[in-house]
Design a protein around this ligand. Sequence first.
Ligand code: S3P
Length: 429
Amino acid sequence: MNSYIVQPAKTLRGEISVPGDKSISHRSIMLGSIARGETTVRGFLRGEDNISTLNAFRAMGVRVEDDGEILRIRGAGLHGLSEPADVIDCGNSGTSIRLITGLLAGQGFFSVLTGDQYLRKRPMGRVIEPLGRMGATIFGRAGGDKAPLAIVGSELAGISYVSKVASAQVKSALMLAGLYADGATTVTEPHLSRDHSERMFRHFGADVEAAGTTVTVRGGQELDGRDIVVPGDISSAAFFIVAALIVPGAELLIRGVGVNPTRTGIIDILTAMGGAIELLDRREVSGEPVADLLVRASRLKGVEIGGDVVPRAIDEFPVICVAAALAEGKTVLRDARELRVKETDRIAAMADNLRRAGVQVVETEDGMEISGTEKLQGCMAESFGDHRIAMSMLVAGLAARDSVTVSDIACIATSFPTFVPLFEQVAER
Ligand code: S3P
């Protein structure tokens, strides 16, 4: 178990770029694999989660070459995947297992998907139940809710599904299944979740109707291979944004960050807290908005967070909690029950870690209340095997009185293998 000791930083300066977006990287492999012709991907995130997706499609006969810069996917066509010879291991990746389950439900073959000890505890019923209504035959542990999942490819029919959770993984799993279904598949969610699937389906030439929080895909549509440039992941930039806000005198330019409005909740929340974040040189790349972010150290104040912004910042709450811990006054987070079923229970994990750093935290069922403090205490923090908890507590360490030790940071490689060197590069001591 490798732990890491962070020393407080005097300040933080520099110009950086962060690795490619994880959600977009997953989808580039999935759609590239079932498209006709070649897809090239630049800026692909070579984190463990995305490698799990890549290996899954290689196991289904898709040829992918990687020269370290450009990924070339030889698309197999809508019906060109072949039965995997072994169980597909999705590692820690919820996006891999849930989206691939949707994609495999309508294939003409049998497949089994599993994952690591954390993924095998996460709920899969949210995709299996609606896929079942489409005609899918999927078995899993715990009455069909937990991996390993066994999928017997079946004939599917489109449905209209109203999801209880705002989840891009649920929506995308049904959209992918919908490509193989008879008729149209419609998904409505309570709040809009990230829309990378909608954008990428269109980028590959598919027809997708989206209105408000409802999306519709017609079955049988062929996709055509495309060139994709993956923008920097705002969820990775988030750690540096918060670091630059909380370390005195800091100024950081983060280049080429994806600023899709379904992902910029963190910017809205931190700006409302008084954070100085400027979006420069806005542009569009492969159907996704991109900008450079200039972030300066700021005096933060507590805010109330809930409603529509929650799915737009869903992966950023661990590090938003660190900002809240150093803000003046109380921050109240509500409507974030989903955080309890992420890579770990992120409400419990952050409450525990922030208390170790001397912060007053009240846990609620769907969120938490954090009373800000001037300075964090040095402490022993735990990653709980969750990449975003580990990175958040490393960021906290920059603004603590004494060193912060974070246990088991190997999990950071799931989404951001180059995090530690980049983090040490910008911290001045
Ligand atoms: C993702 C969707 C979100 C997010 C995850 C990536 C995606 O999960 O937390 O990191 O790529 O679709 P949910 O759909 O469970 O909210």
